[in-house]
Ligand binder design. Structure first.
Ligand code: HEM
Length: 359
């Protein structure tokens, strides 16, 4: 069977993915049914053995194409194909070589990762992974929060890195606030003001008589994302569009950018950091420290402001979460600031680029 045939066979792919994601040992000899949401809800067992034709054609996990561990190490070292490439380039090269579904085996304590480019697989995976999905997280993130700074995080990794029931418990606590449309409605007027300030700022940077804007556009959209998210999370304006932006906010943005660059080196490419902490890795830990300390100082500032104001109706996400659980509030707000800025910034940057090209 060719790679391509494998990739369009949802059953094969889903089995591979499930094995990786959930039950590494148990799954080896079983085939699993595609469950509906109702099935999953009504069953304490997320997976059921079955003899469906599609599943009966499922191939063993180990027959997934992909580089061997040795090849992977060789290719990321100087002179190798994957040495000086960025993440997109790395994925493109792997896809060219191995097809639309491939396995990158875990190295140095990291889990295996299955990459699939077939949306049909996504449905199968989501339907089969049960109520507690297992997402490949950032290993350094977990290490930093659980081992390096336990005094801050109190054993809570946050939504991005927790798995299983622990993840489910945090979601149950934050969902009533984070997923409530009322929270969005309450914030909309100010989010609109921020968006208008942003477009005015872009207007002011427009080159007269030309259709160009003279600025670092990605940096500008990141400022807009930051200003919007910090308002929702902390009910605070950072003043990033003005001449006198909050210095801590600027430093957080810089450190966030470093974080994403360095995370690729230590969380995506094979790295020996779990055994040997190089100077570069220690620098990465300093970036984590900077991000933690700055976000923490914003949160503490807001918390003492709240105490000063006394009990009143909660406005920011932080205020609302504080009423439920102080430690979770802290980690959730930190995650919002960390997860929201670069994602939104990059997305708008790429979206604007493509729409402007296609107009
Ligand atoms: C265009 C913008 C964004 C993109 C493309 C994006 C993408 C993603 C992806 C792919 C995941 C992983 C989902 C999974 O594991 O199944 C994720 C999770 C997450 N994102 Fe975003 N995100 C964006 C914006 C944001 C914003 C604005 C925030 C916060 C204000 C945020 C906070 C989070 C959090 C907390 C999680 C973990 C959720 C959980 O596992 O329960 N993201 N995001």
């Amino acid at each position: 069977m060719s790679n391509n045939e494998r990739s369009i066979d949802g059953a094969v792919n889903a089995k591979f993915i499930l094995r990786h994601f959930k039950m590494k040992l148990l799954l080896s000899y079983y085939y699993f049914q595609v469950l509906t949401r109702e099935d999953i809800k009504s069953s304490s067992l997320p997976y059921v053995e079955q003899s469906d034709t599609e599943w009966s054609r499922a191939l063993p996990y180990n027959s997934l194409p992909g580089p061997s561990r040795l090849r992977l190490i060789k290719e990321v070292l100087p002179g190798g194909k994957y040495c000086n490439v960025n993440m997109m380039e790395l994925n493109r090269l792997l896809r060219e070589t191995y097809g639309d579904i491939y396995l990158v085996k875990g190295l140095f304590g990291r889990e295996d990762t299955v990459f699939t480019y077939n949306p049909h697989d996504f449905e199968i995976m989501f339907r089969n992974e049960g109520i507690w999905p297992h997402r490949v997280g950032l290993q350094t993130f977990n290490y930093y929060r659980k081992k390096k700074r336990p005094e801050i995080f109190h054993g809570i990794g946050g939504l991005v890195s927790e798995q299983g029931k622990t993840w489910g418990d945090i979601r149950s606590k934050v969902n009533p606030i984070m997923m409530k449309s009322q929270t969005i409605r309450e914030n909309l007027p100010q989010i609109d003001v921020i968006a208008q300030e942003f477009t005015k700022r872009l207007e002011s940077m427009r080159v007269i008589g030309d259709n160009l804007i003279k600025c670092n556009f990605l940096e500008e959209v990141q400022k807009w994302a930051f200003e919007s998210i910090s308002f929702i999370a902390l009910n605070k304006r950072m003043g990033l569009f003005g001449d006198n932006p909050d210095r801590k906010a600027l430093s957080l943005a810089e450190n966030m950018s470093l974080f994403f660059q360095m995370s690729y080196e230590f969380d995506v490419k094979p790295s020996v950091w779990p055994y040997v902490q190089t100077r570069a890795f220690k620098e990465f830990l300093t970036v984590y420290d900077n991000i933690t300390d700055i976000t923490l100082s914003f949160i503490e500032q807001e918390m003492s402001e709240l105490q000063r104001r006394g009990i009143q109706e909660a406005k920011s996400v932080l205020e609302k979460l504080l009423k439920i659980d102080k430690h979770i509030a802290l980690v959730m707000v930190m995650d919002m600031l960390m997860a929201g800025i670069d994602t939104v910034g990059e997305y708008i940057f790429i979206f604007t680029y493509h729409t402007s090209k296609d107009l």
